[in-house]
Design a protein around this ligand. Structure first.
Ligand SMILES: [Zn+2]
Length: 265
């Protein structure tokens, strides 16, 4: 368990993971942060409301690295952001979008600042590549459903503030929530596969934003392993790289990364 946790932290730092606190299911009631922190464990056995006992021991060798998992990049103004980012549904309108941080159904229990609409934006080259994935999958009756894509800097800052409000600084220290994320660059996307005809999600074994070994892409068997492999293969064919500890997280390389704080409207 400890080794697994360490591996997650290190991989997250290197690969630019989502800001994934232990996953929380859809909150039952008020979206107040404290209430959100107390939601019950997920079906996967994660314990969202409390830090896993192993996280402190699993701090990376250089904990100063835990505040960033994205390459240094200048903050671009909104005009530049609007030029460089593209809506994936403009590229291909069959891509489903359920932007969880634009809803209370995320680990903070509240809509995050900067998410005023459910539009999945990515750097234009990444959005174009995602359209290629969608078209290739359609031949087999499958489509993509996006949970998160470009994330405004202010949303990341809100995640960090949340950890302090609910006394979960361990999540920062251990790299589960990064103060700089590849999502801020518009080059990371969180998504799953759905049936093209019905929109029904294929079984992936855990919910989006589940922090647990069960969410490791390779940690599955049977139908779930086949579905994850199908997603990785389809995304990989267009140039996306999966984060091994999160079956839903993929990133796409761009030559000139910039951070953005454009509000999603
Ligand atoms: Zn992600």
């Amino acid at each position: 368990m400890r080794a697994d946790t360490t591996r997650v932290v290190v991989a997250a730092l290197l690969a630019g993971a989502c800001a994934t606190a232990p996953a929380l299911p859809r909150p039952a009631s008020a979206p107040a942060p404290v209430a959100a922190a107390a939601v019950p464990p997920t079906a996967t056995g994660a314990t969202p409301g409390k830090a896993p006992a192993t996280t402190t021991a699993a701090a990376p060798p250089d904990s100063s690295l835990a505040t960033t998992n994205a390459p240094p990049a200048p903050l671009a103004d909104d005009v530049t952001a609007a030029t460089l980012l593209a809506d994936v549904r403009v590229v291909d309108s069959t891509i489903r979008v359920d932007l969880r941080y634009a809803t209370p159904y995320n680990f903070t229990g509240a809509v995050l600042p900067g998410y005023e609409a459910s539009h999945a934006l990515l750097r234009r080259e990444a959005a174009t590549a995602l359209g290629e994935v969608e078209r290739a999958l359609a031949a087999d009756g499958v489509a993509l459903k996006v949970f998160d894509a470009y994330r405004p800097v202010r949303a990341t800052e809100a995640m960090v503030a949340w950890t302090r409000r609910v006394h979960r600084e361990d999540l920062l220290r251990d790299g589960y929530i990064a103060e700089q994320s590849r999502h801020n660059l518009g080059v990371a996307v969180d998504l799953t596969l759905v049936e093209l005809a019905t929109g029904r999600e294929l079984k992936m074994g855990t919910a989006f934003d589940t922090f647990a070994p069960a969410a490791h892409t390779a940690n599955a068997t049977g139908e779930i392993a086949a579905n994850r492999a199908r997603l990785v293969r389809a995304m990989g064919a267009a140039g996306f790289v999966n984060l091994p500890e999160e079956w839903w997280h993929f990133s796409y390389p761009v030559p000139d990364p910039r951070r953005f704080d454009l509000v999603i409207r």
